[in-house]
Design a binder for this molecule. Sequence first.
Ligand SMILES: C[S@@+](CC[C@H](N)C(=O)[O-])C[C@H]1O[C@@H](n2cnc3c(N)ncnc32)[C@H](O)[C@@H]1O
Length: 296
Amino acid sequence: MAKAARPSSTSSPGSLLPADRARRESIRLLLQAEVYDPLTYRFLVDAGLQSGMRVLDIGSGLGSVSHLVSEIVGPEGSVVRVERSAELVTLAEHLTRRAGITNVRYVVGDAESLALSSPFDAMVGRFVLRELNNLTEAFRSLLRLLAPGAIVAFQEKVISVPVTSSPRLASVEKVRSWMDQARARAGVEVSMGAKLPQVFVSAGLPPPELRFEAPIGYAVDWVGYDYLVEMVRGMLPLIQLYGIASEQEIGLDMLADEMRSEAEASRGVVILTPCIGAWAVFSADSQETGYLHDHS
Ligand SMILES: C[S@@+](CC[C@H](N)C(=O)[O-])C[C@H]1O[C@@H](n2cnc3c(N)ncnc32)[C@H](O)[C@@H]1O
């Protein structure tokens, strides 16, 4: 898997121009993909994605999940990815071309009001449901795009489970504390992963199969440290707004090295935010009967 570009600039996201913000967001998404893609690949295979399927990828960002799906479904299959950010789509198309992937196409638009005709054999999404406004309604209408027997497979983080290290490393604890405090003050949704079964059942799907997995790192060149730094960088405006820590205290430039050298000295492991994956099989009548009326 290609390595993401390592960040270098120290400017605060709050003061960035839109193009620079999109660039920062892209760096974060690429690092996130490097950390979570192995988990997602295993999850999608477990969920039953296979060669020849036509798959819909919701909230595809830079297209990392669709690239994994493309590999699983092979040249006989295809992926349609839906993303509302035109800037991300332009970058994603470039990445897809560069990777020589030809069975993926993009729809720029809002997943909450999609008009697509072909029925899909599977619908997937990673870390997107948390961002939908009318989640249950949107999810239910997305199910109408599926063929009977289609697989529905989504992954979401469980942010309420803290980033941790063993033995406890002071640098990782600092990062965890800044992020947790900022999220708590901002009222961020922290348990979307745990809500997946409820979302599935409320939309008329059967109770889903579940997976729980967290990225864990030991090697000194592990990309997880760079990802944590990008997370803190993205939250810097909130961290500063709430007076949690100053940019100087945080020292973004040195933070990854600090975590790396502490982890190396203690021979410790660092465990990032886990995610829950849920999958179920859609049957044409599940929206009309059974589960929906029993559980909603
Ligand atoms: C956290 S990113 C995850 C991207 C990608 N799934 C991944 O794992 O790399 C969530 C993405 O969903 C997109 N998104 C959020 N709401 C959307 C909507 N209603 N319609 C289409 N895309 C949406 C965002 O623009 C963003 O690119």
